[in-house]
Design a binder for this molecule. Sequence first.
Ligand code: G3I
Length: 385
Amino acid sequence: MANYTATNNTQNSTIRSFRAVVFAALIALLFNLTSCNPKADAISPETETIVASSLRAVASSDSSNTLKGVASFPIGAAINPQLLASNALYKSALVKNYNSISTENCAKMNRLQPKAGQFNWTDTDALVNFARQNNMKVHGHTLIWHVAVPTWVTNFQGDSLAWEKLMKTHIQTVVGHYKGSIKSWDVVNEAFEADGSLRKSIWYQHLGADYIARCFQYAHEADPQALLFYNDNNSVYQTKKSDAVYAMLKNLKQRNIPINGVGLQMHITVNTSESILTNVIRQYASTGLLIHISELDIRMNYSLSTTFVLTDAVKNAHASKYKAIAKIYKGVVAKAQQFGITNWNLGDSDSWLLTESKSEDHPLLFDENYNRKLSFYGFMQGLTE
Ligand code: G3I
């Protein structure tokens, strides 16, 4: 039995090495073709199709060649329960490739408690049940944020005690309802401004700067086993902001506030500097907290150009950036701190970026029909190497 396993392992690792070499060769070929050609934008579509189809052939030769199959940590996607129920291609891409679901919108306060004291669990329950049936975990997003606040909260009149009760009740009702089934939460989202100051959100205004620490305490009381995260955006570029978040994380840890991890959203572009990303991830990892790349998507059309053209060169840059993120994460974050990487949406047509800017973009790993894109293979290669 031991020999059999050892032989099997050797064979598997040989197959894996072979596959990695083939991936590397094909991606290198693609990059060389593009970078050596002064008219890279004019590369013929055939060249790209041939290379991409070779990659697909390699990948489909083994059913374990899926994102979750090659990753050594959880791979998540932000999911929309309506799309999941209505689109078989969406569902299939999710189930094949991912082992974690983040609740994109359905667990936000405006959706879970649209009226005071009236909780609507339907959509989030559906995701939790789906995850259970498909052996996936669920990451809850998000308990306290300055966006997606229901109108009754915006209009709420009360002293600080009444606000404290409102916030505590929301956190504890939600975390309590999903105790044992949602095992991790973004407790507070985006509490900082770009200049490093605390955002003067409705929560800050009524409850003061330390509302953040109390949110973690309330969530922990409701489910002591749940892993609790602080989640923020753009801190990957903004030194003042990333320093402020880092200082807060250290402060919370020193005070024994029950925080387990930090989410770096990672809404980036093909032009985002990899050395800056590396430094910021390293800085956060030095806290010893779990590190979640929690909302990964990569804009191709970073200048929001109205004349954007989807060239092979842009596709290559996109695939390469996805690969780089996976490699940086694996290289910089200690294994014990690797909570996972989550894509923010699945197919290009679901992306929040399209609704937000209205400019053309293709930020994700799957196209509008949930076919794997070149970037899927770039990301997979980064996860594999
Ligand atoms: O579902 C309603 C629909 O019934 C209505 O007709 C339509 C009219 O505007 O709105 C729809 O709701 C929209 C919802 O997305 C679903 O598409 C909301 O207006 C819109 O505000 C909401 O945007 C979400 C945004 O957060 C604000 O909550 C995005 O989908 C979601 O991807 C985005 O996610 C955030 C993370 O939570 C935090 N980090 C940044 C990230 C991107 O902004």
